[in-house]
Design a protein around this ligand. Structure first.
Ligand code: ATP
Ligand code: MG
Length: 302
């Protein structure tokens, strides 16, 4: 389990961040940043580099490897620390709290500000990166693309989608983005997978989710990872979250991806509420979402 780096933030000094961002810079060119490059990349003298390396290694913000040379790279926590510092400098958040959700591809925490926020660190590319890493070690640096890049791209894509969709579509309000991290409104609700709807609520909630998908399509995006795990249900409606794989509506596969999203949503309701959920003509329903003529799944029962 990844530690919540927020606990070490208070102990870090400006020069520690110089070292971390120097290594971040070096990771654009190589998997392991050679020790001898660190004074140049971090603009610290050699002695200070050694001192800062020890501090950052103790806090698990860095990893070291020695084969042909001694090199360093950021851990998740090191990259998290850099993003957190940026958010705090911009006054986006002033503290990090309890975990809200830990997924395969992300870690989400409560964030404190004048409003309740959620802080999502993207982790895409990291697992994959480690496997490739084992085989290649120091070779093939030309093809090098670090997980920092993959995770940052995912955060940027998710943030772009949220900015486009909010507030027309019920998504968390985007607040800030830096590196692989996003700050957004914290949603108070229960995931669709975990709610138990009353029989008379089932069709209404299903319609609300599909309406959001239709509005999102109209606003320019297909979610492309819709499921009962990416929808919050609250007394005042539904919120669709987790948008890093969103695909523009003008993309050639967007209709197909929307059809798959529709299938995922209907599949959930059919499995969990078989008595209340009618058999639906999915193709006709998807066409209605695309054409902006959707009103209720009832109109598409076979
Ligand atoms: N804005 C938010 N407000 C409150 N909780 C959130 C918010 N965003 C995400 N979460 C929580 O964090 C969990 C993971 O978020 P998200 O689905 O965006 O990431 P993920 O990488 O897809 O995770 P998983 O792979 O488990 O689906 C969610 O299931 C939810 O419980
Ligand atoms: Mg998710």
């Amino acid at each position: 389990m990844v530690q919540n780096v927020a606990t070490v933030m208070a102990e870090l000094e400006p020069e520690d961040f110089h070292l971390l961002s120097g290594i971040e810079h070096g990771m654009r060119f190589s998997r392991w940043v050679a020790e001898e490059k660190l004074p140049e990349f971090s603009r610290l003298d050699g002695e200070d580099v050694d001192y800062r390396i020890d501090r950052c290694m103790d806090r698990e913000l860095l990893e070291r490897k020695t084969i042909q040379y001694t090199g360093y790279r950021l851990t998740f926590e090191g990259y998290d620390a850099l993003a957190l510092r940026t958010f705090s400098e911009r006054d986006s958040i002033d503290g990090v709290g309890a975990p809200l959700g830990v997924g395969k591809e992300s870690d989400v925490y409560e964030a404190r500000s004048f409003q309740p926020f959620a802080l999502k660190y993207h982790r895409e590319g990291y697992t994959n990166f480690r496997e490739v890493q084992k085989e290649r070690e120091y070779t093939a640096d030309k093809e090098h693309r670090s997980w920092l890049y993959t995770a940052r791209k995912a955060a940027e894509r998710e943030y772009d989608a949220l900015e486009t969709l909010y507030p027309e579509v019920s998504v968390p309000r985007p607040v800030d983005q830096n590196r692989h991290a996003i700050v957004m409104e914290r949603i108070d609700g229960v995931e669709l997978s975990r709610v138990k709807l009353e029989p008379e609520q089932v069709i209404g909630v299903c319609d609300l989710v599909l309406e959001e998908m239709a509005t999102a399509y109209d606003a320019g995006y297909v979610h492309a990872d819709m499921s009962e795990y990416n929808v919050f249900v609250a007394s005042d409606g539904v919120t669709v979250f987790d948008w890093p794989q969103a695909v523009p509506a003008e993309h050639e596969n967007s209709r197909e991806l929307l059809g798959r999203d529709v299938g995922n949503v209907l599949g959930h309701f059919e499995r969990k509420y078989p008595r209340e959920t009618p058999e639906i003509d999915r193709e006709a329903l998807t066409d209605a979402l695309v054409g902006g003529s959707f009103e209720s799944v009832r109109a598409f029962s076979e």
